[in-house]
Design a protein around this ligand. Structure first.
Ligand code: SF4
Length: 147
């Protein structure tokens, strides 16, 4: 297995874990997931970090240092909102119910409620009985590049 294949495997494992952690799922159109996984893998190959593939960056190295758009990005950690539609509900929509009122996600998708409100937001109190391996901390869920 070459480095890129190793990295793709890391991303796919991460996606599976983050779905379990958040109670969300990947998009019902496989090409959506493939495109985002491909973009994350490319960034992992080149930048050694899983920079979000759905944003424009004037300087990707700076964006890596800032960390805002390392997957899971700040919007995912705080609001369970995925711009790329990698983590969505069963209809293929991103969760918008926790977004600030002026966030463009609300304008685009309207109110989309969280199918698993007990799971996976930063700072959220997770009941002790739900404190399983699935509910790993956000940082643990973040992808680490292969050596
Ligand atoms: S969770 Fe954030 S960083 Fe990851 S794919 Fe979605 S929008 Fe991009």
């Amino acid at each position: 297995m070459n480095q890129s294949e190793e990295n793709q495997k890391l991303i796919l494992n991460y996606v599976k874990k983050n779905c379990a952690r958040t109670g969300l799922q990947t998009h019902h159109m496989p090409e959506v997931t493939e495109a985002v996984v491909g973009g994350l893998t490319n960034h992992l190959n080149v930048l050694k970090r899983p920079l979000c593939p759905c944003q424009f960056y004037s300087d990707k190295e700076e964006a890596v240092k800032e960390r805002t758009w390392l997957c899971p990005c700040d919007d995912m950690k705080q609001y369970k909102y995925c711009h790329c539609l990698l983590f969505v509900n069963s209809e293929g929509n991103p969760i918008t119910e926790y977004l600030p009122k002026d966030h463009d996600g609300l304008t685009t998708y309207g109110l989309v409620t969280d199918p698993a409100p007990e799971k996976g937001r930063k700072g959220q109190r997770i009941p002790a009985e739900a404190n399983t391996a699935e509910n790993v901390s956000v940082r643990e869920a973040e992808v680490s590049p292969a050596a």
